[in-house]
Design a protein around this ligand. Sequence first.
Ligand code: NCD
Length: 304
Amino acid sequence: MRQDHLISAVDLSREDIEAVLDRAAEIDANPAAFRQRHAGTVLGLCFFEPSTRTRMSFDTAMKRLGGQTVDMGPVESSSVKKGETLADTVRVVEGYADALVLRHPSEGAATMAAEFIDVPLVNAGDGAGQHPSQTLLDLYTIRENAGLDDLTIGIMGDLKYGRTVHSLAEALTNFDVNQHFISPESLQLPRNVRYDLHASGASVKEHTELDEVLPELDVLYVTRIQRERFPDENEYLKVAGEYKIDDETLAAASDDLVIMHPLPRVDEIAPEIDDSDHAKYFEQAHNGIPVRMALLDILLSNDD
Ligand code: NCD
């Protein structure tokens, strides 16, 4: 990897991505070989927003590499409640850990925090900005189930506030992928992401209806409407529940369609889909372990 931190998917080259995915595949094939790889290393977990998968999978990833973690714990019981700035918090935690994972409600928080510390920092979500480690496990899941070249993907739901979407769409420009974006008009991709996709020459189309494009898709990546990011609850209520996948929706889909979701889901995918061959979202969540082990392994080895 060219840089010490992982802040945005824009920073990832195809070589960077393949290095992480190949390392993750090695780990998947033989986890025992990595069990002591980073013995004595401590990873700091700083989560200023709720998290289940990301926090727990980074925690277990570090431990499965032989290391340990220190967790800031809930914001309510940390010094943030006393008015400590983010810059001070990360500078202090840097003294306790060899690398940091940061999730924060403000877009740009990880970029700012990285300026204050020397240990590797992973952006685990900055507001409606980026979530690049999620993208790496998404790409791993796509590569395993559909391949990463000559791929047609539909990305559906909250494209405006969904940070997993921003990172995934930008990372996919490194591969030969047709990207279709399906959302209500009010939740289309933000201007900066659109600009990045355009600048990279990616094949991109936008839709308001899934059935315009469903039969062509190899992968459908469904996302939750990010209720917590709407400035006005009424705006959320206008779009809530608009895009739902159930057996009936899938009648027009290819038999091989791979359905993914970063989780948590609310009601975007009916539980009846869970047992179908299309559903890969739990496998996707489990892939967080080898992929985050691989990412930590590479970032920590950079640092040696
Ligand atoms: C996502 C996030 O936090 O952006 N969750 C995750 O890390 N898997 C998606 C979401 O909250 O909808």
